[in-house]
Design a protein around this ligand. Structure first.
Ligand SMILES: Nc1ncnc2c1ncn2[C@@H]1O[C@H](COP(=O)(O)OP(=O)(O)OP(=O)(O)O)[C@@H](O)[C@H]1O
Ligand SMILES: [Mg+2]
Length: 478
């Protein structure tokens, strides 16, 4: 076995490395995802290409799920770019859930950008700029490059501290890492800045990683399948031990979005990862703002990459929920943007029937101007029957890890189909709390009854408001 100390870079690694940023989801996103955590996909029968009556956490809504899966296939085949789809139907009929399931089906390589229409108005940025950014986030680029890398199973991970103490505690002078392949092994001495990236990816002994020789960028590939029997690591991805030498040429595929490239090139240091590095080499340095000019320059470079076969365009999905909230200016912008050669697929959702288009006096179906509506493929969603409501609630209680006794669950299902599914879904958490305060884990009939009295559903609250108005009008007329 050959053992050698090898440095992957020529000493400039620390200055070349990009600080790795973690993108923290906003609390709103966490909530939105949690509400649909039981939905893992569209639940399609792979033989018939039809939605299963129940599959991947989805219940019923078969026609809409089947239609969504056809759209997913078209996106994969890249025959959907520049087109738009509308999910239209009453509240809580699974429109948002279907859109998120589409993103599961598309996988990581295809960008999926969710946006709630009102977010367009909520920031200080111009609304068309918000739309433009989201558009560019939804256009992916797959770049293939051959890189010189060190790859292998980690056999040793030893941070070496500096001998002199600075009074602020000890600092790491370098990191010793052992990498093993089926053919050999190497010991590398790495710059401390690479150690940060190793810590962030939680690399441990027994993982397979690769380190790019000239940039020092580290990527954890997975857990070496030698450890596949450790049952507490079931969720981890197991990968075989790499064959060949530790140092070798490797084809690396990276996914970036046009927005990533815009950002990376708008910063003077302009280094976010690898692909961005190549592009930034071509771009004039010291830009500080994402301007239209910068975007068109990036488009030019991207087109060259596509033509030369280095990169492949991956049009993704821009999902705009509650689309009736958009105004006429936004629609005009979107209409034009969809015509551009680099456009993603836009999926809209709304629960509105005929309503006023924001910014216009006219009413239109779903609050969408007729020119836009004309070019949409519309997928309707239908109200659920009692049996479906019951099954959806069962999926939700399981996802939230809540237990109901039989009578309590019967009542919850009845409430769900007679009042609304969303109301029933919202009663799960307070009912659990009621039970817990009484020292019970299982929710009983009394808990659900109590919650239905404490909390009103939408129609009940509307009725109360109307009654109050009527009483007030009567009082005033006396
Ligand atoms: N067919 C289904 N199978 C399983 N869960 C479902 C199904 N339909 C809806 N749900 C769940 O019910 C809840 C409400 O659905 P969702 O938010 O997707 O409705 P929506 O049609 O987007 O409603 P709105 O018009 O109010 O936005 C979510 O938690 C969703 O995951
Ligand atoms: Mg929704």
């Amino acid at each position: 076995m050959d053992m050698e100390i090898d440095e992957p870079t020529n000493g400039t690694s620390s200055s070349r490395l990009a600080p790795i940023e973690e993108v923290k989801p906003t609390p709103k996103q966490i909530k939105r995802i949690a509400a649909h955590s039981h939905v893992k996909g569209l639940g399609i029968d792979t033989e018939t290409n039809e939605a299963l009556p129940e599959g991947a956490g989805f219940v019923g809504q078969i026609a809409a799920r089947t239609a969504a899966s056809i759209i997913v296939d078209m996106i994969r085949m890249k025959s959907m770019a520049g087109r738009a789809v509308l999910l239209a139907g009453p509240p809580a009929t699974g429109k948002t859930a279907i859109a998120l399931a589409m993103s599961h089906e598309l996988g990581d390589g295809v960008p999926f950008v969710p946006l709630v229409a009102s977010e367009v108005f909520s920031s200080e940025v111009k609304k068309t700029e918000v739309l433009m950014r989201s558009f560019r986030r939804a256009i992916g680029l797959r770049v293939k490059e051959t890189k010189d890398v060190y790859e292998g199973e980690v056999t040793e991970l030893t941070p070496v501290e500096t001998s002199e103490s600075s009074g602020l505690g000890k600092t790491i002078s370098h990191l010793l890492i052992g990498l093993k392949t089926a053919k050999g092994s190497k010991q590398l001495k790495l710059d401390p800045s690479i150690y940060d990236s190793i810590l962030k990816q939680r690399v441990e002994v027994g993982d397979v990683i690769y380190i790019e020789a000239n940039s020092g960028i580290v990527k954890r590939v997975g857990r070496c399948d030698v450890y596949a029997s450790e049952f507490d690591l079931e969720a981890d991805e197991f990968v075989p031990m790499p064959k060949g030498d530790v140092r070798k040429s490797k084809d690396i595929v990276q996914n970036v979005s046009l927005h990533d490239l815009d950002l990376a090139n708008s910063r003077p240091q302009g280094r976010q990862g690898d692909v961005t590095n190549i592009v930034s080499q071509l771009m004039a340095p010291k830009k500080t703002e994402v301007t239209d000019r910068l975007r068109s320059e990036i488009n030019k470079v991207v087109n060259e990459y596509i033509e030369s076969g280095v990169a492949e365009l991956m049009p993704g999905v821009l999902f705009i929920d509650e689309v009736h909230m958009l105004d006429v200016e936004c629609f005009t912008y979107l209409y034009r943007a969809l015509e551009s050669p680099m456009a993603p697929v836009v999926v809209f959702a709304t629960n509105r029937g005929t309503t006023t288009v924001r910014g216009l006096d006219d009413k239109a179906p779903h609050g969408i101007p007729p020119e836009m509506l004309d070019r949409l493929m519309i997928i309707p969603t239908m109200k659920y029957n009692e049996e479906d409501v019951r099954k959806i609630l069962a999926h939700r209680t399981e996802a939230e890890n809540v237990q109901f006794d039989e009578k309590a669950f019967d009542l919850l299902s009845r409430v769900g189909s007679e009042k609304s599914l969303r109301y029933a879904l919202q009663l799960i958490a307070p009912a659990r709390l009621c039970a817990q305060t009484c020292g019970r884990e299982i929710i009983d009939l009394g808990d659900v009854e109590r919650c239905t009295k404490l909390f009103m559903d939408r129609s009940e609250s509307l009725l109360k408001a109307e009654e109050a108005q009527k009483r007030l009008a009567e009082k005033n007329s006396k």
